[in-house]
Design a protein around this ligand. Structure first.
Ligand code: NAD
Length: 455
């Protein structure tokens, strides 16, 4: 393995990946091969997660293809040095920021969006001129197999190396024997800590895209019918296995019954009375995840749904109330199709629930009032979020995507991906024609002048 990693280093050092033309060619190859493998990827995503082609396009392939399009369109602009002003002390120098590739970077992905969460960071890494090691999740084997074929068909392994295997074996083997220039990790907070520690041993910078409990607040003045549809569409997409899915709803007590009623109707409209037969409804990835989520149903009061089938890894879209803050459902990230609905009277009560799990990856507020919107957005610290919507901010590549604190560090998407995989090299250039003695010793008597110049 070390030989293969050293080959990436040599390839990077050859300078090949730095040119704009090489980056452009690589991005085009990637885009073309995604389209060539489109149907195979749909089949694989169906096998792993029962995702429909439509959902797969919106949440997996389409996001990446659009990311490539945006990178190709903006590459020259992103790569060009940025001119910045120069302070009085240093005039008449000029200053600029050069964008330099980081080198050999490692991208680690989870299983819930197995294609997008591996290949989307790759777009940024290629655009920024790096060599890349891709480590997919071992828990989405069908998608993993197609991605391997796709990547190996278009890129030499000294440029983009695809590494399979169990994370707990493969990652320490690589990270402890080779110094990467950056590690980009998406996955659980618990494993994120392990990755962070391994990276810290060699002072390798990291981007951590982690999880957490993302609250969704529905205020007394929210448009309830619209809120119900918008919450349900992303909460139950991919059977709730979405990092930015609303984890639980905090609804003003005056609207709780109306919201529950609207959500029940919405779920019937979306998935029918047998969601297991709906082509728009997914399944749990494996038995471990199935059993974990089913265990949440043993406490609280089921308002809707609650059925499950272990053989099919099916869990019905479920609404639940009377949950206790001490139970795992309100401590763990749910990451499944179970939505606790908790009512509040005063904002403070809702804040107390939210603050039990600080720094969520996402936050959603449904309200018709501008002042309530502002108040909530300023009160909750979160990675990113939406007003009168849920999760869709993820799909806008003009917004940086990432968490804060326990939900992550750093961000990506669009230009932010390019920046994540680039070093911003600060350069000041000074002409020779002006070289006043004031800048040189002896300094005695120059204090007042220095104070004036360095303001
Ligand atoms: P995970 O942490 O189990 O696995 C992620 C990656 O880490 C996999 O490639 C796996 O092989 C590797 N890994 C697992 N155990 C390891 C170990 N002991 N040592 C080293 N590497 C190891 O995560 P998951 O269960 O695949 O994904 C679910 C989590 O990811 C959820 O918490 C979710 O919120 C989060 N997530 C976050 C985002 C985001 O963008 N912020 C996106 C998707 C998922």
């Amino acid at each position: 393995m070390t030989d293969q990693l050293n080959a990436l280093r040599q390839y990077f050092d050859s300078g090949k990946t730095r040119t704009a033309s090489f980056r452009r060619e690589s991005l085009k190859k990637l885009r073309d091969s995604i389209l060539r493998f489109e149907n195979e990827l749909y089949d694989a995503l169906y096998a792993d997660l029962k995702k429909s082609p439509e959902e797969s396009w919106i949440t997996e392939l389409g996001i990446v293809v659009n990311g490539v399009k945006s990178a190709l369109h903006n590459l020259d602009n992103w790569m060009s040095p940025e001119r910045v002003s120069t302070n009085l002390l240093n005039l008449p120098s000029s200053s600029r920021i050069m964008k330099e590739p980081l080198g050999v970077v490692l991208v680690i992905a989870p299983w819930n969006y197995p294609f997008q969460l591996l290949i989307n960071p790759l777009v940024g890494a290629i655009a920024a001129g790096n060599c890349v090691v891709l480590k997919p999740s071992e828990f989405a084997p069908a998608t993993e197999g197609v991605m391997k074929k796709m990547i190996q068909a278009i890129f030499p392994k000294e440029y983009i190396l695809y590494v399979e295997g169990e994370g707990q074996t493969v990652l320490p083997a690589m990270m402890n024997s080779f110094r990467f220039d950056h590690v980009f990790y998406t996955g659980s907070t618990a494993v994120g800590k392990i990755i962070y520690k391994m990276a810290a041993e060699q002072l390798v910078p990291v981007t951590l895209e982690l999880g957490g409990k993302s609250p969704c607040v529905v205020e007394s003045d929210a448009d309830i019918k619209t809120a119900a549809r918008r919450i349900a569409v992303t909460k139950f997409s991919n059977a709730g296995q979405m990092c930015v899915a609303p984890d639980y709803v905090l609804v003003h007590s005056s609207q709780k019954d109306a919201l529950v009623d609207a959500m029940k109707k919405t779920l019937l409209q979306f998935f029918g009375d047998r969601p297991e037969s709906s082509s728009s409804y997914g399944k749990m990835i494996n038995e471990k995840q199935f059993s974990r989520v089913v265990s949440y149903l043993s406490k609280g009061n089921i308002l809707h749904g609650g059925r499950s089938d272990k053989k099919e890894l099916f869990i019905e879209p479920t609404l639940i109330d009377n949950v206790s803050m001490q139970d795992p459902i309100m401590k763990d990230e749910i990451f499944g199709p179970v939505l606790p609905v908790i009512s509040f009277q005063e904002k403070e009560q809702a804040m107390n629930v939210i603050n039990r799990n600080p720094d969520p990856l996402a936050f959603y507020i449904f309200t018709s009032s501008g002042s309530k919107e502002k108040d909530w957005l300023n009160s909750v610290q979160f990675g990113g979020g939406c007003v009168n919507n849920a999760s869709w901010h993820f799909t806008n590549h003009h917004l940086p995507f990432g968490g804060r604190g326990s939900s992550g560090t750093g961000n990506y998407h669009g230009k932010y991906s390019f920046d994540t995989f680039s070093h911003r090299k600060a350069v000041m250039k000074t002409p020779n024609w002006f070289d006043p003695n004031i800048k040189y010793p002896p300094f005695k008597g120059k204090l007042r002048l220095f104070k004036w110049v360095l303001r």
